[in-house]
Write a protein that binds this ligand. Structure first.
Ligand code: TMP
Length: 207
């Protein structure tokens, strides 16, 4: 029995970290062996690339940003994600390629067809089995973003950037409604968790 690949997505400040913990706990409570990981990151090489991508003060050309995301992803897939799935474990990943479409495609306005080409080259046929999209308007999350203190290279972007990111996420959810499940993250936390639990319940029933 091979494992399942579950990803969590959303713009910054939407409550991804706390909800990631909730999903991991929920799956473990349902007797799943869960590996929690993140992108960019998850392996020593990919974590180094994450440092470059998030901390760099200098200008990173958008195309370099895109290639570095996929470079990190190839290491992560080869050394962590694929082996865990092959062992029958569930991989719960904080962001994956939907983030590349949303941030590099929507936010930076790079060519979506190029992203598709890189996706196939790096991932083959590997795609998430379930994607939980925590959705809220950037206006509702900006307070949470700025309260965190120092901002990384993405968090410094303007509201317009996050509007495009959110728009791309929602377009993708409309195109793939069975895989990408939209969770209304503007609701109070208990309500967000209830939506997540229902969605996970349905996924388990059909899997
Ligand atoms: P986070 O995981 O702490 O939210 O930070 C990761 C940042 O990297 C976040 O701003 C989104 C960005 N990102 C991309 O731009 N493209 C990608 O493909 C991924 C995985 C993340």
């Amino acid at each position: 029995m091979s494992g399942r690949f579950v990803t969590l997505e959303g713009i910054e400040g939407v409550g991804k970290s706390t909800n990631l913990e909730f999903v991991a706990r929920w799956l473990r409570d349902h007797d799943k062996q869960v590996v929690v990981t993140r992108e960019p990151g998850g392996t020593p090489l990919a974590e180094r690339l994450r440092g470059v991508l998030l901390e760099s003060e200098g200008k990173v050309p958008p195309i370099a940003e895109l290639l570095l995301m996929f470079a990190a992803r190839s290491s992560h897939l080869q050394d962590l994600v694929e082996p865990a799935l092959a062992r029958g474990e569930w991989v719960l990943c904080d962001r994956f390629t939907d983030a590349t479409y949303a941030y590099q495609g929507g936010g930076r306005q790079l060519d979506m067809a190029l992203i598709e080409t890189l996706e196939s080259a790096v991932q083959g046929t590997r795609r998430p089995d379930l994607t939980l999209l925590l959705d809220a308007a950037p206006e509702q999350t900006s307070g949470r973003r700025s309260r965190r203190g120092t901002e990384d290279r993405f968090e410094r972007e303007a509201t317009d950037f996050f509007r495009r990111v959110r728009g791309t996420y929602l377009d993708r959810a409309r195109a793939e409604p069975a895989r990408i499940r939209v969770i209304d993250a503007a609701r109070p936390l208990p309500d967000v968790r209830a939506q997540l639990a229902v969605t996970l319940e349905q996924f388990l029933e059909n899997t």
